[in-house]
Design a protein around this ligand. Structure first.
Ligand code: SF4
Ligand code: SF4
Ligand code: FES
Length: 287
């Protein structure tokens, strides 16, 4: 086994540790802190701690409470659903190890929902704006059909190697949480508004605002795909509209928090260059 010289020696573990959770019963409700003291066990992650809290059913001091609500799916840092702010750092709760958090931050673990999305309940947020951005930029390869289309065009090894890291995006939200240009949008359904009309209004509002670095990076991924390339023009139209690449202030916070180490600033620079060509080409076509 290779020892990492930069690894900090682990601290002696406490007998118990406190988990401080920023809770909220639903949209429009006030937030409040709840405290749970959990007996220490080795090799817990934040999700197993939340499961222990759910099984206990009461806060410190004996007050009965409902289980803390959170989102998760894969439990191996692939789906992105369990993202939250843990001890001030946005990350996935399934890969946040309690031993490491206690070593780094002492005997309290603070859990908050991400701040750039509407809170559904407790630590669960509505990330649909991120998926709407992927819809806007057509982040897919259109291969649906009623008959066998045969094998697609070949992609060189170099192109595969360049696109693979971009394909690892799990729409987790870490990049947009850290992005100063991505502001929270939280709309309320009016009493006279149907669910469909509300969903439409939300999508229109999302489309007018910054799509975020994750969507910009997917533009690069699908434009470089030999089949996906046929929608390049529509993607470039979308990414140069209101809420597109021009909103990025190049602060580069996004790249430093991406758990998949996706080269987001490289993607942003590439789309920026392509956007200039695309706009010039449109002017030229129109002249
Ligand atoms: S680019 Fe990285 S941080 Fe952003 S959503 Fe994808 S995986 Fe998460
Ligand atoms: S580089 Fe652009 S997308 Fe990334 S954090 Fe900065 S403003 Fe946001
Ligand atoms: S549960 Fe899928 S990333 Fe954590």
């Amino acid at each position: 086994m290779i020892a990492h010289s930069e690894e900090q020696p682990s601290r002696p573990k406490p007998q118990s540790f406190t988990v401080k959770v920023l809770r909220k019963n639903g949209p429009g409700q006030p937030s409040y802190w709840a405290y749970f003291t959990i007996p220490y066990e080795p090799e817990l992650n934040v999700i197993s701690v939340l499961q222990k809290i759910a099984a206990r059913g009461e806060e410190d001091g004996g007050k009965k409470c409902s289980p803390v609500c959170w989102d998760c799916n894969c439990l191996e840092e692939v789906c992105g659903a369990c993202t939250m702010v843990i001890n001030g750092r946005v990350r996935q709760s399934c890969s946040a190890l309690v031993d490491r958090l206690l070593d780094e931050d002492g005997a309290t673990i603070e859990l908050r929902p991400m701040t750039k999305f509407p809170v559904v309940r407790d630590l669960m947020v509505d990330r649909s704006r991120m998926f709407q951005a992927l819809k806007k930029v057509k982040a897919w390869v259109p291969v649906d059909g009623y008959y066998d289309l045969g094998p697609g065009p070949k992609q060189s090894m170099a192109a595969q190697e360049a696109s693979y890291p971009l394909s690892e995006c799990m729409t987790c939200g870490c990049c947009v949480e850290s992005c100063p240009q991505f502001s929270k949008i939280e709309l309320e359904q009016q009493s006279s508004e149907s669910a469909e009309a509300f969903a439409e209004r939300k999508e229109a509002e999302y489309d007018e605002n910054f799509i975020g670095p994750h969507a910009i990076s997917q533009v690069v991924l699908f434009n470089m795909n030999p089949t996906g390339e046929m929608n390049k023009r529509e993607r470039m139209d979308a990414v140069t509209e209101e809420g597109g690449i021009q909103v990025c202030g190049n602060a580069q916070n996004c790249v430093s928090v991406c758990p998949k180490h996706i080269p987001l600033t490289r993607s942003i620079a590439k789309v920026g260059r392509d956007a200039t060509f695309h706009t010039l080409k449109k002017w030229f076509d129109w002249s």
